[in-house]
Design a protein around this ligand. Sequence first.
Ligand SMILES: [Zn+2]
Length: 312
Amino acid sequence: MFRIADLHCDVLMKMLQDEKTAFSGGGAGELDVTRERLSAGGVDLQVFAIYISGEMPMEPESALREAERFWTGVLSAPGMRLIRRGADLEEAAARGETAAILSLEGVDSLRGQWWALRLLHTLGLRLLGITWNHSNWACDGAMEPRGGGLTKAGRQLVAECEKMGILLDVSHLSERGFWDLAELARRPFFASHSNARALRNHPRNLTDEQIRALVAVDGLVGITFVPWFLTEREPAAIDDVLRHVEHVCELGGERHLAFGSDFDGIDRHVDGLSHPGEYPRLAEALLARYPESLASGFLGGNARRFLGAYLP
Ligand SMILES: [Zn+2]
């Protein structure tokens, strides 16, 4: 079985919205991502995003409450291991543990307060996307018509993250924000859950130029299973995922390709790919088209190499 890495899910948000949901041990009902499904699918590295939905106050407290769910609800499950350093990944693999990485999707709730960023870092935050779809104090998001780039505070945020060893995630950034960050960044950055705009013209997807830039900085492109970022004609199929994989490969991204499912952040799914337990179906489809060494890179090897090399 392949060792799968997944760069994005929103299970923490769902766990905060409904405290009865359980990541582990049944009663999961409404969750896509559970401990049992990660095991069943062979996922041994999962990124857990803190995402504050519109119903919650945009305050540091909301981000900290999701971090609390991560510690109390996720890390407490059997065989989960928090990843703070690149070397932790090898240790987790050696012990057969599932690597759990904490990320933040949009800094809106931090309200520019550096203490909140430092506290989240202390709680394990290692990946950070500056925006969700809208604008905030640091940058504009991909769906903000104004299309602005990094603010002065956003530039400071990039520097603070790089100092702390937090890697920057460009999914959801405006194009201008992407290029501002590319110019400013001294460390490799990545896109956790975005597809190719050449195949599906959507502001959340990456242009060929952006994909080439991610390859050039030794970053990652995390292909996502959001149906409407894959194709205009739903339901989306695993073949649609493969078309985006092939496109990133054509742009030289074979060693930079990964997956970021967005499970628990979506209400419609790719046919046959509706939770982590179904990853083996994608693996099978990839194996029908690519050599095993490439398929295993896409499914986890590339992400593990990137995180192993660039986490502190
Ligand atoms: Zn997202």
